[in-house]
Design a protein around this ligand. Sequence first.
Ligand code: NAD
Length: 398
Amino acid sequence: MKISPKVREFLCLTAHPQGCRKNVEDQITYVKKHSGVENGPKKVLVIGSSTGYGLASRITAAFGCGADTLGVMFERPAAGKRTATAGWYNTAAFEQAAAREGLYAKTVNADAFSREVKDQVIQLIKKDFGKVDAVIYSLAAPRRTTEDGTVYQSVLKTTGEDFTNKNLNLKDNTISEKTIEAATEEEVKATVKVMGGEDWKAWIQALTDADAIEKGAVTFAYSYIGPKLTYPIYFEGTIGAAKKHLHKTAGEINEEFSKDGIKAYISVNKGLVTQASSAIPIVPLYMAVLYRVMKEKGLHEGCIEQIVRLFSEKAVFGQAKTDEQGLIRLDDWELRPEVQEEVERRWEKVCTENVQEYSDIDGYWDDFYQMFGFRMDGVDYEEDLDPSVDIPSISGQE
Ligand code: NAD
């Protein structure tokens, strides 16, 4: 069948297998051209490996460091005429490319928060790897079910008082004011449960208990801080509360697992269009303006450029470059004063009539469609395709 995009605001209900493959291949080509990783990891577990920053991390580990990788994701295969999710197609393409180069790659498709899945992954590690030497935690999830069956739902709200600012209406590219309600205390707590550091630490604990992680291993979790402009919805919002908890957890892991030689790092990454970030109100308009300013200044990066810079310049395996709070700052270019001053100037002026002039709205949408395998150069979108694509290694709970 011919596969076309079906966009509903910040979601695309379809994905294109060939377009996703092209997206993965382009990222592999970029890594091969640019990475110069010294002492890179060789046996890497990526939790949240199928899209966005996690996929870029898996690709960089494999094709920049020659690492064997085990991925954990929560994706859906095709069923009848319904396409698979983009993460499914990305993973199929990744595994095929890895196999061509003799790199081990297996993927578990199941809920990373659960104890059973941790055990299943550990069994695979023990059977195939022995031990992992790097763990990348790149989950972005809307909910989490804990061991006792409680379901926690994360929300994207501000804290304290309601917050009103400009917002891009994703249905028609108009700009209007949007008020974000303040979260209740319960909602803040639930978001911290889902997106904070508890599960990251549980993974490190489980791996250590099972003797499935090397002495001297590193673990990274990804965070975002952003500029003051987005503080009320991001860093001082519910998601920011979760990220602060994640930052605190890095310190706890470093303390509690120092005897095991494990080093935990937070990498504060750049704001980019991903499936997770496009759902946050106000942020898409900020990103469209930011993209324009960073592209004009020759500073724009996507997920793969960010992660290659993390692996080759910032993580420097064994001795990471951090700020005074111990954070790796991949958002250094985004937060340059000259970038943020220009973003603020444009933010003041941007409205429906001039959105093309003041922001990179087209770049925003290109990135959005490309996440689902659409608008990729060199892909024939008229082609009749079978949406069903196998991932030979897949295991999980599906
Ligand atoms: P994404 O939506 O592209 O990726 C999320 C990944 O998590 C996917 O692989 C998905 O399959 C997996 N996943 C979700 N729920 C799961 C579950 N229950 N079990 C197993 N896997 C599950 O998101 P992203 O934007 O790449 O975010 C990854 C991390 O990077 C997040 O911590 C996010 O806060 C952080 N980050 C994102 C940005 C940004 O602008 N996108 C910036 C800085 C930091």
